[in-house]
Design a binder for this molecule. Sequence first.
Ligand code: SAH
Length: 345
Amino acid sequence: MYKSREETIKELFPKFPKFRFDQIRKGLFDPAITSWKEVSTLSKDIREKLEESVPFISSELVKAFTSDEMDTHKAVLKAHDGKLYETVLMRNRRDQWTICVSSQVGCAMRCTFCATGMMGLKRSLHAEEISDQYRFWKTFLKELPDEPQRISNVVFMGMGEPFANYDNVKAAIKTWLTYTDLGSTKIMVSTVGILPQLEKVLVDPDWPPVQIALSLHSANQKKREEIVPTTTEGFIKKLIDWSHRYQTKLGNRNHRLTFEYTLISRENDTPELAIELANYVNKTAFDKVNVIPYNPVHSKSFITSDRKRIDAFKDILRDKGVNVTERKTMGDDIDAACGQLALSN
Ligand code: SAH
């Protein structure tokens, strides 16, 4: 059975009053603090005992990679049970950092073009293993004093399907919203779109108002079933209705629904599919399509759409009034780009 950091601390100090845990949580997220020794709100005895028995960050670094352009870093982390997972740090347009976090070790969704999908699901990450990815990168940045220090955005675009690990993802987000300067509009949950979980978001009074990006990859039901094998019957149609209900209930100018669309040459980038997508988007309450040129995955035979095909696809969407953006590929030289995260253990 997994014992969380706080459960371990409760066993060590059964008489700890509530405020101690608050001091501890604040200490964990204090950017100036990188070890128990530095949590000066706690007595020396407590600090020493914590230092001995409780890891300050729940997973340890196995290996870090830095892209040639120095704008992307990837870390392989090892969990308490030896499981390896990855987390990515990317410099964003405002010269701050976006972290791309994993919600699971591996993934059960098996999207045909995704490297993580080939691993299958090893296990879901615990809430602190998710929220500690932020703390890991904060500590990492501290060692690079010439780099900007601020992590301004978090995207759930690492390994795993966040809505297949709903409670832990939610708890991690709430931790960040409480103990960091991240605002809810700066956190994006990217999902394959598990309908029962999408419905849950609408009735869960506790769901934090974060951004949702839905990985569509085709507006054609049959095609989507091919690319995203977990697509359920009637998904494309049902999503229209869901999006309007979401918009009414939770959507506002700061909380928009976005589609992600990985463009794979001749697979889902044809003019016919672009037209079908544009007409579809216009029926939903999603107000943007973010196209992601396919990042090659070793052992897969898919081909990245060339510039002409990408532009033609985007033009069709634009002509039909769809707001379209394109994701800049970062860190592909260290296999840190979207969908390139995979480990063999
Ligand atoms: N399970 C979540 C997070 C996946 S990663 C989801 O499905 O949304 C974030 C995005 O990268 C998803 O849209 C995913 O489909 C996309 N992606 C996966 N592999 C990719 C690849 N090789 N090239 C480009 N995008 C990819």
